[in-house]
Design a protein around this ligand. Structure first.
Ligand SMILES: [Zn+2]
Length: 89
């Protein structure tokens, strides 16, 4: 059920990961969760969000957990660009 199959960590970010923690703890549960944000059209998603590798609302890499929020819709010519989108926990 994890979405992270094709998601390699971005090169160069691993070394800095240990330094970036505390902001999340401060926002706590009072903040609106990312999954409450409206799902943008598929064409507006970043590559990582489109691939299910990052939160569609805050772009945080979904390496530890994610919730399936719904589906972004879009068409490009004959191609359906719709994709499942995930938010961070
Ligand atoms: Zn998020």
């Amino acid at each position: 059920m994890e979405a992270a199959t094709a998601c390699a960590p971005a090169a160069g970010t691993t070394a800095a990961a240990a330094v970036t923690a505390p902001a999340e703890a401060q926002s706590g549960k009072a903040a609106v969760p990312c999954r409450a944000f409206p799902i943008p059209p598929a064409s507006a998603l970043s590559y990582e969000a489109y691939a299910g590798c990052a939160c569609y609302a805050c772009a945080k890499p979904l390496t530890t957990g994610a919730v399936l929020v719904g589906r972004a819709h879009g068409m490009q010519g004959a191609h359906d660009l719709g994709t499942d989108v995930y938010a961070c926990l």
